[in-house]
Design a protein around this ligand. Sequence first.
Ligand code: NAD
Length: 487
Amino acid sequence: MKAQPIASHFIDGEYVEDTDGTVIESLYPATGEVIARLHAATPAIVERAIAAAKRAQPEWAAMSPTARGRILKRAADIMRERNRELSELETLDTGKPIQETIVADPTSGADSFEFFGGIAAAGLNGSYIPLGQDFAYTKRVPLGVCVGIGAWNYPQQIACWKGAPALICGNAMVFKPSENTPLGALKIAEILIEAGLPKGLYNVIQGDRTTGPLLVNHPDVAKVSLTGSVPTGRKVAAAAAGSLKHVTMELGGKSPLIVFDDADIDSAIGGAMLGNFYSTGQVCSNGTRVFVQRSIKETFLSRLKARTENMVIGDPMDEATQIGPMVSFDQRQKVMSYIEKGKVEGATLVTGGGIPNHVTGEGYYVQPTVFADVTDEMAIAREEIFGPVMCVLDFDDEAEVIARANGTEFGLSGGVFTSDLTRGHRVADQLEAGTLWINTYNLCPVEIPFGGSKQSGFGRENSLAALEHYSELKTVYVGMGKVEAPY
Ligand code: NAD
């Protein structure tokens, strides 16, 4: 299987190569096979991408929002037409099952272009402020050159979630995908050009943790939006602070999902499974601490175990497959070490816990795993594992579970399952997180703001709220009379 792109980078409307950059091997996670060889950006490539963005941005910003929006909507249409091809590429890039990528990846990227393309005309309006005989008005102005840095779990979605709001506000973007998943973003850049985006406005360069700082520290960059882990977020925010750049931080989590004894138990189990096993558990907002009220614990666990053991693990290109491999060998090692820690710490292994033996080849597979009798101080309950490992914790009452759910440095998301709607809202209100779900989990349509609080980050992606993070207000005060100076 091969997925070699024309070249490593996409700058100023065309593919660009610089073989002086360190080699990045793209491995298909289901087999470990090398499917593409690319090069990390050299400093010269970084300069070229930022210079192209800087050159192209003013003319783009001078266009009407409707004209910009028309191009984004065309890109959305092209993505939908090519959904299968893009989904297969996403599966090769990440190892996620085609059953998921075909409904969740290019389509959510297309939603983003469609939404921001569509709200352009109204969403970017300023305001008129009456001041007696004088008045003021505000206008929303772009920031300039924005940098997007992506994680490996949703490469195409992240490339679009950052690109669409940045572009509609009149900015240019330089996007660096994760070194684990370098392929998808290049296709997004190609499609934007085909949709009519002027060259230089959406550039993609490859690289790793040594390339990112070249972008973050660059004096011509006005904003950095990162999707990644908390430790990376701290470094990027600190570097950006050096020149007071705008930042959006979409970071990790260890989110609580609370199941009360009056919940529809099968829905709650479905929510917990989706919130732990979708994308082989590699989702930042996953509800990895599942608090189950003690009276329903045994029923919950026995049905959960049966449903988990029925999941289809295998070839991600097979439409019947529900669980694919982890993205990389290293990520699997990390997940396996947490599973070992859970056993040593005394949690009860309900199911999974190993590498599935019926999957052949070198793929980075892990069985979907459930631990019960997990307690708050265990490492598996405190640290982000980023794999298919669900921790079930018991609780007795509402006040106790809220305090324990909030007892974490993270604050990305959370969920509550209950048939008592008053309680659902009351609990959601008290959970310290950016996005909460009642009687469902992990749904993130483009219409709703998404982002974290506490150590999970700041800034919001999607919805009208994203526009505030890719633009700033300019205020103009208009004096209508003579200036009365006291001197
Ligand atoms: P990571 O932090 O290792 O890397 C993220 C990106 O940052 C990569 O592109 C990497 O090359 C780059 N990078 C690393 N060090 C850098 C530096 N010093 N300066 C600039 N760039 C640097 O994260 P990952 O392993 O790719 O992704 C998994 C993490 O991402 C998890 O913690 C997960 O929760 C988080 N995540 C968050 C969201 C969200 O929206 N909140 C979404 C997906 C993933």
